[in-house]
Design a protein around this ligand. Structure first.
Ligand SMILES: [Zn+2]
Length: 479
């Protein structure tokens, strides 16, 4: 009902829903992971990358009161209120809570697809991701309940923007190993059917709708129309519809970037996903008129792009560098499978995957240069763990040529912009909700420091990152 009752008053109520969650409302199960809980907190002597893309700020003090950032500025100029709980963060860096736009609760391997209702929300929060868009649900009702349980303070986790199930045309297909059939999408046959699914999920509480690779233009058009009527936005992992077509159809966001865009494929037929088109992407000239035309259309129609570099990287032999945190968190059987796939790939001498990956990175840099709105997500998959993948994106943006400040902006402020919550989230600024990530070290000069998250503030409540990660040891891939 919420979406169909939008009036001036309802909009105010919706805006008001971004109130800070008070620590006093947290259940013991959540409170167990809280390390900083005081009405007024001062983070002193810290470096700050504030999410605006501006320069790294040295020796800053951030005052948090009632779940919001009350003030931020040079440690000499910002007064620490009497009675504040002060944390000396010399040697640390603070960034805004990350906003993950392709951050599923579901985890996929070559032979299984599992909902991580227990571990995913914990890992996102522990990693500094305080807001997620789920972008395709295996269990839409688990996600709906999870969101409510997090909001009620009964489960630790990020704020959630829901998408409902994947919507695709076509038939169930195999993913990874033969017989690992994807049955959980909503496969539609007509625009009318697609419209009905959208209407249903909008009523149920989806904030976004996620389209998948075989959707037709007519179905996508019906989805966009029905969704927008109900205040719901549309994104997609596309193929049969190219990015320029998505812009023309009025979609709000396209996921995954270069490696799924069929704008440049000579074999592309209308409404069809061309076979093996990724092979032919290597030949695309990033300075060509065709690429410029894509960017021009996306910018003109305000279509954001969600980058998911972390999910593509493992297709490159020996990448990413092995992360002990991943091995510790995975269930033993899932870990063995992950290592098997990784070792198999490591034997490959083929450089295609590496060249394609680099091209995907360059495409994103070029999109931002062209004025595009690039945000980030990570798609948990084969050793790419919830939250850890969002952190890996930071390193991959710097490798691509973005500045550290731009990388933080992509991971925080840009995501908030796409979700329409910039007024409350996305940057370190007075008046915003106190979603802040405390990092030991200096990720601006040593990108891998992004992994050294110590405290994650959500609504001004500080969560113990290490304790949350420890709580899922050996469970990822199963729970
Ligand atoms: Zn995905």
């Amino acid at each position: 009902m919420r979406k169909t009752l939008i009036s001036a008053g309802a909009l105010c109520l919706y805006a008001a829903s971004l109130l800070a969650q008070a620590a006093s409302t947290l259940s013991p199960r959540v409170r167990e992971y809280v390390s900083v809980d005081a009405p007024v907190v001062a983070l002193t002597h810290t470096r700050v990358m504030d999410g605006t893309g501006g320069p790294l700020l040295a020796d800053q003090t951030i005052v948090i009161a009632n779940g919001r950032i009350q003030s931020v500025g040079g440690s000499g100029t910002v007064q620490v209120p009497a009675g504040a709980r002060a944390l000396d963060l010399s040697g640390h860096t603070v960034i805004p809570g990350m906003v993950g736009l392709h951050d599923h609760i579901v985890y996929e391997t070559n032979n299984r697809i599992v909902n991580l209702n227990f571990s995913a929300p914990r890992l996102y929060l522990a990693s500094g991701v305080t807001t997620i868009r789920t972008t395709g649900a295996l269990e839409p009702y688990s996600e709906l309940s999870l969101k409510h349980e997090i909001e009620r303070g009964r489960i630790p986790g990020p704020r959630m923007h829901l998408t409902g199930p994947h919507i695709s045309d076509g038939e169930p297909f195999d993913l990874g190993l033969p017989g690992n059939t994807v049955l959980w999408f909503r496969f539609v046959k007509t625009p009318e059917e697609a419209r009905r699914v959208v209407a249903y999920w909008a009523e149920e509480g989806a904030d976004w709708i996620k389209l998948y690779t075989r959707i037709t233009r007519a179905e996508a058009a019906a989805v966009v129309d029905e969704a927008h009527k109900r205040g719901v936005k549309v994104t997609g992992h596309l193929c049969s519809v190219s990015f320029r077509e998505a812009a023309a159809l009025g979609m709000d966001n396209v996921d995954h970037g270069f490696l799924v865009n069929t704008d440049y494929d000579p074999l592309k037929q209308p409404d069809q996903c061309p076979p093996d088109f990724r092979q032919r992407l290597l030949g695309v000239d990033l300075n060509s008129d065709e690429v410029r035309a894509t960017f021009r259309d996306l910018v003109a129609k305000h279509v954001a792009m969600t980058s998911t570099l972390a999910v593509f990287e493992p297709s490159v032999p020996n990448r990413p560098p092995m992360d002990q945190r991943v091995l510790d968190a995975l269930d033993p059987e899932v870990r063995a499978e992950f290592l098997g796939v990784r070792n198999q790939r490591a034997m490959s001498r083929d450089t295609t995957a590496l060249l394609l990956f680099r091209k995907a990175q360059q495409y994103e840099v070029a999109f931002v240069k062209a004025g595009g709105l690039l945000a980030a997500g990570m798609d948990p998959n084969n050793g790419n763990l919830p939250g850890f993948g969002d952190q890996r994106n930071y390193e991959l943006y710097i490798e691509a040529g973005f500045t550290p400040a731009q990388a933080v902006q992509i991971l925080s402020a840009n995501g908030a912009k796409v979700l329409g919550v910039s007024d409350s989230l996305g940057t370190v600024a007075a008046g915003k909700l106190a979603d802040l990530v405390v990092i030991r070290g200096d990720p601006a000069s040593n990108p891998a420091d992004i992994r050294n998250v110590t405290i994650v503030f959500k609504d001004g409540v500080g969560y113990d990152s290490a304790k949350l990660i420890e709580s899922v040891r050996g469970l990822v891939g199963v729970r």
